[in-house]
Design a protein around this ligand. Sequence first.
Ligand code: NAP
Length: 292
Amino acid sequence: MFKTDISRVVLGFLRIQDIPAAEITQILNTAFDAGINTLDEADIYGNYNSQKWLGRAFKTDKTLRKKFKIISKAGIVLKSKPNANPKIKSYNTTNKHIIESVNQTLTDLGTDYLDILLIHRPDQLIDPYEIDNTFQQLKKDGKVLNFGVSNFTTSQVNMMRACMNTPLVTNQIEFSALHPQPLFDGTLDQCIQKQIMPLAWSPLAGGRLFIDKDEQTVRVREMLTKIGDELGGFNVDAIALAWLLKHPSQVYPIIGTMKTERIKSAMEALKVKMSVEQWYRILEESQGHPVP
Ligand SMILES: NC(=O)c1ccc[n+]([C@@H]2O[C@H](COP(=O)([O-])OP(=O)(O)OC[C@H]3O[C@@H](n4cnc5c(N)ncnc54)[C@H](OP(=O)(O)O)[C@@H]3O)[C@@H](O)[C@H]2O)c1
C-alpha cells in the first residue's frame, strides 16, 4: 500500500462557495482539529474559483498550508474556462494542458507543490507515455510529489500502469452505500492487488442519502439509522462512512460538507465498530436482495 500519512477522512472542496477567507479558515481549523489533514481540490471546482478561495485562506493564515496535504486534479475543460472560450466541455491530458493547469493551481493556492495530482477523468485521447513524461517533469520540478487517476476503469488503470514508470498511488472513485459498484466491478480488487489507495468521492451520495425518497435510499437510510442505534447512537453519516472504512482495500472517503458540525459528526465514523453482519445488512438494503 502507498505509504502516506493522509488522514483516513479527506475534506473535498467541490461545494465551496465564495465565502470570506475567515470562514474557510474556521472550516479548515475545525477539520484539522477533528483529525483531517488532507484536502481534495480540482482546477475546475467552483467554475475555476475554488482553489483561489482556498488560497485566500492560506494567505490570511500562513500556518494553514503546512497543516494539510493537498490533492488536486486536471484534465477536464469546462465551457467556462477563463480566457479560452471552449465550444464544448471536453477532456485534455496533453503535456501542455496539464502543466498549465498545475501552474495555475499552484498560483491560485499560493503554494509551491501539490501532494498528489490526479487525472480527473479517463480521456479517450490519453497518451500514457506523454502522461508519464509530464508526471516526471512535474516531480523533477518539485511541483507535485505523487500522482494518480480518478474514475478510471480497471482496464484503464492496467493500461496506464503498463506504460508508465511513475507509480499511480490512487484511483479516486464514486463509492457509497447507494453506489456500491466498486465492490463488484473489480475496482477495489485491483486496489488491493496493485496496492492503489481508493479515495471515495460522494461517500454520502452527495447528500442524497439524507433526502431522497426512492426505494433504495429509504431502505438504506432506515438500516443505517437502525445500526447507528444498535451501536450506541451514531448518526447516519458516521455509519455510512464506517461502512466504506470497513472494506479491506482501505478506502479513504472524501466528505463534501463545508458545515463544521457535519464535519465533526462525520469523523465519528472512525469510532464505529461495525460487525460483519451489520455490514452485510447495509449491503442487502443497498442491493435490495439478500446475498446469493
Ligand atoms: N473525482 C471526481 O470525479 C469527484 C466527483 C465528485 C466529488 N469529488 C470530490 O469528493 C468530494 C465529496 O463529494 P460530495 O460533496 O458529493 O460528498 P458527500 O459528502 O457525499 O456529499 C456532500 C453533501 O451531503 C450533504 N451532507 C453532508 N453531511 C450531511 C448531514 N449530516 N446531513 C444532511 N446532509 C449532509 C452536504 O450538505 P451541506 O453542504 O449542506 O452540509 C452536501 O450537499 C468533493 O468535494 C470533491 O472533492 C470528486
